[in-house]
Design a protein. Sequence first.
Length: 119
Amino acid sequence: QVQLVESGGGLVQAGGSLRLSCAASGRTFSGYAIGWFRHTPGKEREFVARITWRLGNTRYADSVKGRFTISRDNAENTVYLQMNSLKPEDTALYYCAAKRSLAEDFGSWGQGTQVTVSS
């Protein structure tokens, strides 16, 4: 089973940028897609973006469209989330997860990386 490890979080001022990484280890990822989600205490986990592994098709939450970009490096078995024009409301624990097929839910959740945006 693939294991996912997130990195790249940190503290940044509003308007700044961060790039998150989601590295798949244990086996070469060959599933359908990898997605990014975020969670803030007291709120439900929120979908952020996802990218299909084979074709690189992307989908974004409306709240991040135009500011975040998801990409993948198949050779490095890694998915990235470039986050620009960050806002305080982007503050959350960001997780990546894998979707083995179109019919399955996301799973193999990583431990998360904290993003804090100060105003």
